[in-house]
Design a protein around this ligand. Sequence first.
Ligand code: ATP
Ligand code: MG
Length: 298
Amino acid sequence: MKNLIKKARKLAKPFRVTDDGFRLQDIKPDDTLEFTSEDKPRAKEALATGVDLLAELQDMLYAQDRWAVLLMFQAMDAAGKDGAIKHVMSGINPQGCQVYSFKAPSAEDLDHDFLWRCIKCLPERGRIGIFNRSYYEETLVVRVHRELLEKQKLPPELVTKDIWKERFQDIRSFERYLTRNGVAICKFFLHVSNKEQKKRFLERIQEPEKNWKFSANDAKERGHWDDYMEAYEDMIQNTATKEAPWYVVPADNKWFTRVVVAAAVIEALSSLDLHYPKVSKAKLKELAVAKRALNAGR
Ligand code: ATP
Ligand code: MG
């Protein structure tokens, strides 16, 4: 197990961002480190091994019931969030895992502060909570489309040019609060290229079983690509911290994305010093009594 954890750490490290020195151009969407597409079967094997290890770690997380883990996924459309979540979490006990998708906010959501709807979905101790999109949309789509901010019914004097800086501050404080309360946080930006997104959209149009995934609006958003990239870079620079790191994961090759995401989740879990609860003397006595009774009876 130790050896696998070491390997996972090494794989995730180049993509881990913990401070404001980050530049988006430093991570290439088609990067696959030293792996080539011939290594694809090996990567699939590594993913399967990683998934087994994750299941073991999650079992301890659940039994220990002290830490909660919050994984957040952000990306442009068709970057592979859903697939990454599905594959990486495939071996995990569903009882210990909760997934929430955050889409356009409802009227009730808009009647509250911007963290409200996500706070309601935070994972319990012992659980892994996954946010498929999150409050980070409040610094992405809402920043690119200012009209969305107007719908938020904020008192006008609170909407100043500093609003994004203030949101970053609030998010940093919120995440510090969570980590101080035993919620380990790990954030993913699946970084797909403009070219690869176009290819995936065309596949969604051409292949009948993928038609349902295509929305004309997603394609329209491509027109704002540069604004989104700027917003992502600023967001990561302002919210990457040691306690709540971002992983900027190359997303042009799904097989590679998934292994890196698995590695990062392993890293997050393994840094929590998880162990099964120690059995007390009283409990050991209880077990011995029960064993004797079972053996004596039928
Ligand atoms: P996905 O695109 O994540 O795979 P989907 O296509 O099923 O999922 P959509 O119906 O497209 O889901 O909902 C996601 C949309 O909701 C995105 O365009 C996203 O920008 C938008 N959204 C999420 N959070 C917010 C928010 N706080 N304010 C405005 N729009 C938001
Ligand atoms: Mg969508």
